[in-house]
Design a protein around this ligand. Structure first.
Ligand code: ADP
Ligand code: MG
Length: 288
């Protein structure tokens, strides 16, 4: 039996009523509107991103997919201010990110770049501790808590066991996990990952994506991840956005986006898509 009571919720609670409130639509944490990026090189302009409007909510994992050169990295660079958009806006809540300082931005979003340039003579732990910099005052040393946050991030990414090894002496996959640890140690509400699984074996691919998915579920982080492997993307993302030549070709649930006709059109490849026997999520396999 249900009754709709148009009275203030607090007065109902005072009287011992059960109040069923419509869940407020959670505001998008990160939103781009008509984001356009133009590169100029060799005397000509190239539109790498055209009118891309996307939003990302707290607790959500959004997978960004699309062929090579479709603008995925450019999108992440435009969000983080590495490239200046020719048009459009990027907002965190109501705040335009162009009004934030680098330090303020670094407290809001952590990035795992596609090709990070890393100082080879730094130890893995030192690199992860760099994630704490936006939380420290100028010349302030890391506290015991900073060290503990870094340690936890390294344990979670299976990198703590080589915390004292130099970056230049780690394998590509080990270095990549150190960068993920650094981003987690930054403790930001938004996490942006550009092909975080590119150099990883299947075990570490799954564990890194599970880790970021859990940090969305448990800590309410908003996660945007570029994932090339469509089956992996489908498995770990709540929603997918597919770019084609700088524009959004499709967005929706993994099953909606990973549709064979669309994939053939966008990637120029014939694929079979079938449900995973356990999760029911789409598995994408190239045909013969
Ligand atoms: P993706 O990450 O999807 O593979 P990118 O965003 O890196 O694609 O690149 C999108 C397009 O923009 C590509 O065609 C690429 O060659 C071009 N591009 C990327 N960076 C630059 C740059 N600095 N100057 C000129 N063109 C660029
Ligand atoms: Mg890229």
């Amino acid at each position: 039996r249900c009754a709709l009571l148009l009275v203030p919720a607090t007065s109902c609670q005072d009287r011992g009523f059960l109040v069923i409130e419509a869940a407020p639509a959670s505001p998008p944490m990160l939103a781009t509107k008509d984001l356009t990026v133009i590169y100029s090189s060799g005397g000509r302009n190239f539109i790498a991103l055209r009118d891309v409007s996307l939003s990302l909510a707290p607790g959500e994992v959004l997978g960004l997919v699309g062929p090579n050169g479709s603008g995925k990295t450019t999108f992440i660079r435009a969000i983080t201010g590495v490239v200046r958009p020719a048009a459009g806006t990027v907002r965190i809540g109501a705040v335009d990110v162009s009004s934030l300082s680098q330090r303020e931005l670094a407290r809001q979003m952590a990035v795992v770049p596609q090709d990070p340039s890393l100082p080879p003579a730094f130890a893995a732990l030192e690199c992860v501790l760099m994630g704490r910099t936006p939380h420290l005052r100028l010349l302030q040393n890391e506290s015991a808590r900073d060290l503990e946050v870094a340690r936890r991030a390294m344990v979670a990414t299976d990198t703590w066991r080589f915390a004292d090894r130099l970056l230049g002496e780690l394998s590509g996959g080990e270095r990549q996990r150190v960068i993920v640890a650094r981003a987690l140690a930054q403790e930001t509400p938004i996490l942006l990952l550009d092909e975080p699984t590119a150099h990883l074996d299947i075990g570490h691919q799954a564990s890194v994506l599970r880790l970021v998915r859990d940090s969305a579920r448990n800590d309410g982080k908003a996660v945007l991840a570029v994932v090339h492997d469509l089956t992996l993307a489908a498995q770990f993302c709540d929603r997918l956005v597919m770019l084609r030549a700088g524009s959004v070709a499709a967005q929706g649930s993994p099953a909606e986006v990973l549709e064979p006709t669309l994939l053939r059109e966008v990637y120029s490849v014939a694929v079979d898509v079938f449900p995973h026997p356990v999760t029911g999520r789409p598995v994408v396999a190239p045909g013969d």
